[in-house]
Design a protein around this ligand. Structure first.
Ligand code: ADP
Ligand code: ZN
Length: 604
């Protein structure tokens, strides 16, 4: 469509571009002059797993922990590459991996140090100068239009570069599709607040990410910033309460002042329950006044947003139930996004994301790994990828193969193997029968997941393991399935009793019993599976209403477990030859796979 007055538009735009080009050239020259001589060669960006591999291969010369979430250091290049001499590297450390990495440095006897990330005044100036200039230029010449977009982009990029990490995108977060869909709107808003307002969208202010630790709440928050290309400011709720009175509120104020100054921006508050508990409720730590002042300040900040602020607050917690209702009111954290444990597809996706940089062998089936990791968090799965890379390096293999992933999974599930641990012959005998007991039930009782592996190689957390491989994630469980599971759990102890007599059973069944008790209790108080209790829910915080009901609950839990135990004894007596066969095979070979078990079943 032809527009009147459009003749003026293009010429203006043309001028703006010329000025922008000139400004850019100037800035580029300045930046080159200022920065180049001091920069040296840029460090190579290493993934955490690559770092672990390099460490295991003895290529790391030294490392410095920066601010507890990054490592800088020197290493020898991989053999076969053209570079000679040490190269500088930089690695972003996954959350919670510092201790782990420290241990690795100590055991590899590689020198390491630590420093805070606060750069010296000199570097500050050095880096700030060109960007200040650019900022000034941009502000001067185009406050509106594509110029503004452009300015925002460069500044964000500069920060990202300075922190040595690329922006996290939605594609780095696997699974969590629903959460991403909900966050999409916030991305849209931050990308272009004005347009969002014109389209009549209600300005998002805050969203609460709720879920167990390690499932990607922080990652999601960062990816919103990455997708929108905006600034990311983060703090933990506990930072606001562990201080002298008054400083917590001041820190909240400061955080938001910074965010506003750099808008569009995300403010991310991890563990918001530390500061956001219901007011007037005593907490275990931190002064009450201090916390309430910080919370009040947070509410004030959120209410004080004007549409032009374009700051969105994301908060994370695993206890949304304890938050002060004022936080959840309209215009504050009025949307709650659940970030749960990943399902089968999600686990496969997370494994895929974290093995992206690894050379995977042709036998690797991530779907199978995902099937064997039900109940693990995203952080656990990321850890599997790292551990597998290490296991491959230890073997001296160029490829990460299925055996490495299996080993890594077992390691994370059960602790590392303690092959050196000397067991008495009696202990081995007992463990073999205990596991054989579990395995027999898993093999002959319908409704249980297939056995993937039985082993009596001792580990940090257990002497033996019967690992099952769920065919799929189950969301509902039939009564008969739960009962079968109880029988399976009790069968370890039942086998001990049959073989050694009730006098000599051991403490080895402790975790089986704990697990079984939890299931039986749920059957009674939540699932309406006890006739004496009936179909009422007694699982709330308040528990059973009367001492009398409480006693019946206990009796019912006991009865259900006892029946499962008797059933286990009965089946083991019936299947005694199979149990003996498995136990003997375990004593001979330590680990039995699916095929070995199928063979033993065939002779039954
Ligand atoms: P939370 O904040 O919920 O405690 P994080 O976001 O800190 O969890 O997750 C810890 C680490 O686990 C992440 O840095 C990432 O490596 C991994 N992770 C967790 N969930 C996912 C996911 N959905 N996709 C990819 N990686 C994940
Ligand atoms: Zn057991």
């Amino acid at each position: 469509m032809y527009e009147r007055g459009s003749a003026r538009g293009p010429s203006r735009r043309w001028r703006a571009w010329v000025v922008a080009g000139g400004g850019l050239a100037l800035v580029a020259i300045l930046a080159l002059i200022l920065v180049a001589p001091w920069q040296g060669e840029a460090p190579i960006e290493f993934s955490y797993s690559q770092l672990l591999v390099a460490l295991a291969e003895g290529r790391v010369i030294e490392g410095t922990f920066v601010n507890g979430d990054r490592m800088e250091g020197l290493l020898h290049p991989e053999s076969g590459t053209t570079t000679t001499g040490p190269v500088a590297f930089e690695t972003q450390l996954p959350v919670g991996q510092v201790d782990h990495l420290l241990e690795r440095f100590v055991s590899a006897e590689v020198p390491f140090g630590a420093r805070a990330s606060e750069p010296s005044l000199w570097t500050h100036l050095l880096f700030a100068a060109p960007w200040l200039l650019l900022g000034g230029l941009v502000l001067f010449f185009f406050v509106k239009g594509p110029g503004a977009q452009f300015a925002r982009h460069s500044r964000t990029r500069s920060r990202m570069a300075r922190h040595g990490r690329g922006p996290v995108k939605f594609s780095d977060v696997a699974g969590a599709d629903e959460a991403k869909a909900e966050l999409e709107e916030i991305v849209g808003f931050l990308k272009d607040p004005k347009r969002f307002g014109r389209l009549g969208g209600r300005m998002p202010r805050g969203a609460l990410l709720a879920g167990e630790p390690g499932n990607g709440k922080t990652l999601l928050a960062r990816s919103v910033a990455g997708e929108a290309g905006c600034e990311f400011f983060s703090a933990s709720g506990s930072e606001f309460v562990e201080m002298f009175v008054g400083t917590g509120a001041a820190r909240v104020r400061d955080l938001f002042r910074q965010a506003r100054a750099h808008a569009p921006a995300i403010v991310f508050i991890d563990e918001i329950d530390a500061v956001g508990r219901r007011r007037g409720e005593a907490t275990a730590s931190g002064s009450q006044d201090e916390r309430e002042q910080a919370l009040n300040q947070l509410l004030i900040e959120m209410d004080g947003f004007t549409p032009s602020d374009s700051v969105v607050v994301l908060a994370a917690t695993n206890r949304p139930d304890v938050l002060d209702p004022a936080l959840l009111r309209r215009g504050r954290f009025d949307r709650q996004i659940t970030v749960g444990y990943p399902d089968l597809k999600g686990r496969e996706g997370i494994l895929r994301v974290h093995t992206r940089g690894l050379p995977l062998g042709p036998d690797v089936a991530l779907e199978d790994v995902a099937r064997g990791t039900g109940g693990m968090s995203g952080a656990d799965l990321a850890n599997i990828a790292n551990e597998a890379a290490l296991a491959a390096a230890r073997r001296g293999s160029m490829l990460v193969e299925m055996q490495d992933l299996d080993e890594a999974r077992d390691r994370i599930l059960l602790g590392s193997e303690r092959r050196g641990l000397l067991l008495t012959a009696e202990d081995r005998h007992l463990t073999a029968y205990h596991e054989a007991g579990h395995a027999v039930i898993a093999l002959v009782v319908p409704g249980l997941d297939p056995v993937h592996k039985v082993t009596i190689v001792p580990r940090e957390k257990s002497l033996g393991v019967t690992a099952m491989l769920p065919e799929r994630d189950r969301h509902t469980h039939a009564f008969s399935d739960l009962r079968a599971r109880l029988v399976m759990l009790m069968a370890g102890r039942a086998a001990e009793e049959r073989v050694l007599g009730i006098e000599r059973v051991t403490t080895g069944a402790g975790s089986d019993i704990r697990h079984a008790t939890r299931i039986a209790r749920q059957m009674v108080v939540s699932f309406g599976m006890s006739r004496r209790i009936g179909m009422v829910d007694l699982s709330g915080d308040d528990g059973p209403l009367t001492a009398h009901t409480g006693r019946i609950v206990d009796e019912e839990v006991r009865r259900i477990i006892d029946e499962a135990y008797q059933e286990a004894l009965r089946i083991l007596d019936e299947e005694r030859p199979l149990m003996d066969g498995i136990a003997q095979a375990l004593l001979a070979r330590e680990t039995l796979g699916q095929a070995d078990l199928a063979e033993l079943m065939a002779v039954r």
